[in-house]
Design a binder for this molecule. Structure first.
Ligand code: PLP
Length: 480
């Protein structure tokens, strides 16, 4: 005879003997009564079983590995609210030190002891802050000239990350997209300038384009923009969205000019939680000088022995990521970051070359500029193939890999590609395992007698939406 008092969720109740384990989890309403922490823990934990091993997820850019000291530091800081500066003044200073380090990695000319920048929850917030600053500077100038300020716009390649669509919508700033073609796979500076006018608040080149892994040519853009600004009398600036590249270029290509060495680059944003090697949510934005950071966006605190500028959309935010970033800077140093980024690039190059040799595939670009690349199906092969890259994605998923297939942005949207992002935690050995699984999957798919549903859909020219779209941050096909 069962003693039901043992099922009530007190200290005697065993987790899987409890009532809770017989009930569906709460969906609409808060449960009436409390339960034990063990039962609550089990329910939440079980619902968050990873769908795949985080390190086999080659879709995400975001850090999935930190060493145990970093993890310990961050866990110990889990209860710290960054905004409580009076309680934790050293964290505000640590944040300012991180901004200094970022600014110097990007060759900031600012001479102040504390450089102008801000911590953010990711590149999205950092991009918003860079964009809003450009808009407010433009508006102030227009107001001073007595000119209308109701039609701001910005110019970006069609391969923008979704944050720029949000920026355009939330602040009602027109987004002008420079289309890409298969021959011109990055932002075309001439075409970008043709879209500019007196209402352009900034141009946004991308270092480490999310869709392709390539870099926009900021140096050439800056050069042409300088002529353009001289000729027109405008002073359209550049905000560089360096979500990935901001932590790659300083280490692997320090001579390439894309940062504050260029005249019109007034702000740069990056994701600390991508190649900054910190767990999510961390982003950074840095301005060339305090004068480009509108007063309306910043407030200064002076009780830290110096003026520290604070900027952000959020008020409260976790501090742990700032500790994680500062730890990584100290732990790895310049050479340590370089070694990790170098390995990621070498492994990317290796995968790129091996996949390029496989009969069904063509690489999108010969160049590997960031630790990610994309490839597509050879058009001749595709004609008679009974499968698509979406099918390959599904097969690889069965072996635990997350390798997304997706269609490129407008103009070249008929091109379906597959992408690999190599992050710290992915070794040459794992690359070989992946290549074997790709080869096996292709061999299997080649045995198909009938075309797959995605192949039939492609034939009918129906865009196949990958279920991965929502997880991996690509633009979903939303209404414009
Ligand atoms: C990832 C990414 C973003 C958004 O970054 P989050 O850190 O995820 O907010 C913005 N721009 C580019 C180019 C990106 O790759």
């Amino acid at each position: 005879m069962k003693d039901f008092s043992l099922r009530e969720g007190d200290a005697k109740t065993s987790i899987f003997g409890s009532d809770e384990m017989l009930k569906p989890s709460p969906v609409e309403r808060i449960p009436d009564a409390p339960t034990t922490p063990e039962i609550a823990y089990q329910m939440v934990k079980d619902e968050t079983f990873a769908q795949t091993q985080p390190r086999l997820n080659l879709a995400t850019f975001v850090t999935t590995y930190m060493d145990k000291y970093a993890t310990k530091l961050m866990n110990e800081a889990i209860n710290i609210n960054y905004i409580d500066e009076t309680e934790y003044p050293r964290i505000a200073v640590m944040n300012a030190k991180c901004i200094n380090i970022m600014a110097n990695l990007w060759n900031s000319p600012e001479e102040a002891k504390w450089k102008s920048g801000a911590v953010a929850i990711g590149s999205s917030e950092a991009c918003m802050l860079g964009g809003v600053a450009a808009w407010l500077r433009w508006r102030k100038k227009r107001q001073a000239q007595g000119k209308p300020t109701d039609k701001p716009n910005f110019v970006i390649s069609a391969a923008y990350q979704i944050v720029w669509e949000k920026f355009a919508q939330l602040w009602q700033i027109e987004m002008r997209e420079v289309p890409l073609t298969l021959d011109k796979p990055t932002l075309d500076p001439e075409a970008a300038l043709k879209m500019c006018d007196e209402n352009t608040i900034c141009i946004v080149p991308i270092e480490g384009v999310t869709w392709t892994g390539l870099n926009d040519d900021v140096e050439r853009l800056d050069h042409l923009l300088d002529e353009y600004n001289k000729k027109t009398g405008y002073d359209i600036p550049i905000h560089v969205d360096a979500a990935s590249g901001g932590f790659i270029l300083p280490f692997l290509d320090p001579h390439k000019k894309w940062d504050f060495r260029l005249k019109w680059v007034l702000s740069i944003s990056t994701s600390g939680h991508k190649f900054g090697l910190v767990y999510p949510g961390l982003g950074w934005v840095v301005w060339r000088d305090k004068k480009y950071l509108p007063d309306e966006m910043s407030f200064s605190v002076n009780y830290l022995g110096a003026d520290i500028t604070q900027v952000g959309l959020n008020f409260s935010r976790p501090a742990a990521q700032i500790l994680g970033q500062y730890y990584q800077f100290i732990r790895l140093g310049f050479q340590g970051y370089k070694a990790i980024q170098y390995n990621s690039m070498q492994i990317t190059q290796y995968l790129h070359d091996e996949i390029g040799k496989m009969k069904p595939f063509v690489n999108y670009s010969d160049r590997v500029e960031n630790p990610l690349f994309i490839w597509y199906m050879h058009p001749d092969y595709a004609k008679s193939a009974k499968w698509t890259l979406y099918d390959l994605q599904d097969r690889l998923r069965q072996s635990g890999w997350m390798v997304p297939a997706y269609s490129l942005p407008q103009n070249i949207e008929s091109c379906v590609v597959m992408r690999i992002v190599v992050r710290q935690g992915f070794s040459r050995d794992m690359a070989d395992m992946l290549l074997k699984d790709i080869n096996d999957a292709v061999a299997d798919l080649e045995k198909l007698e009938y075309p797959t549903t995605t192949r039939i859909a492609q034939e009918k020219n129906i865009a196949v939406e990958s279920t991965l779209f929502t997880h991996t941050g690509y633009r979903c096909k939303c209404k414009k």
